[in-house]
Design a protein around this ligand. Sequence first.
Ligand SMILES: NC(=O)c1ccc[n+]([C@@H]2O[C@H](COP(=O)([O-])OP(=O)(O)OC[C@H]3O[C@@H](n4cnc5c(N)ncnc54)[C@H](OP(=O)(O)O)[C@@H]3O)[C@@H](O)[C@H]2O)c1
Length: 235
Amino acid sequence: MTTTLITGANKGLGHETARRLLAAGHTVYIGSRDADRGRRAAERLGARTVLIDVTDDSSVAAAAKAIEADGGLDVLVNNAGIELRGQANTVTDAAGTTADLMRRLFETNVFGLVRVTHAFLPLLQRSTAPVVVNVSSGLGSLTRVATPGTPAYAYPGVAYPTSKAAVNMITVQYAKAFPDMRINAVEPGYTATDLNGNTGTQTVEEGSEIIVRMAQVGPDGPTGGYFDAAGPLPW
Ligand SMILES: NC(=O)c1ccc[n+]([C@@H]2O[C@H](COP(=O)([O-])OP(=O)(O)OC[C@H]3O[C@@H](n4cnc5c(N)ncnc54)[C@H](OP(=O)(O)O)[C@@H]3O)[C@@H](O)[C@H]2O)c1
């Protein structure tokens, strides 16, 4: 039996990933920072739920303790993320980017991911087939963002792509440090969720495809990579 935690799984891509991993036979914990939202999602899907705010040390420690007491963890999907769009669903451009905005994005997307990974490492190390999926973005690719003519090039924001580039580097360094684990970064693609005011062009079924696939890689699968549904991506 494979036990999986997905952070930020009360809605969006995390919720759809939970639905599909449950269908694949995983025991799934819906990570949610709000107890009611988590409980409702877990009831909808027939999953377990755990309260976890990735920005809060004590919340993350309590979640790790609860899952450890329940039997441990095999797969961690670091999915919780924010983009913080402004009025009229606009992304803050370079001129408007402040240290405070950067800090808020990093607190969830980067420090949160490290906080959760660090807390669950002892559990993952006890698994016979540990897997970590870091939900990055195509906007975390320096190659894409620097290539004229691509949608990523046209994206004006600084904070969100920078946070996801950091997620990519974290993925590479952790994968080298823990060769017995499969640790990959994934790009779901531009998907209609609350994160982007539902402007994304893909469905959550399409967007969750690569998350679900990488959550199910076996011990011979890739590690330290960066993938979308079509294959490896340039860093
Ligand atoms: N949608 C896209 O086009 C797209 C593209 C590339 C990558 N991604 C990435 O995909 C991941 C999922 O995003 P989504 O599009 O599904 O967005 P979403 O529908 O807004 O879902 C984000 C989830 O993260 C949770 N979350 C936010 N801050 C949290 C915190 N401090 N602690 C715990 N949970 C927290 C949210 O909880 P609440 O409900 O409590 O707010 C929600 O469950 C993110 O990492 C995002 O960067 C999305």
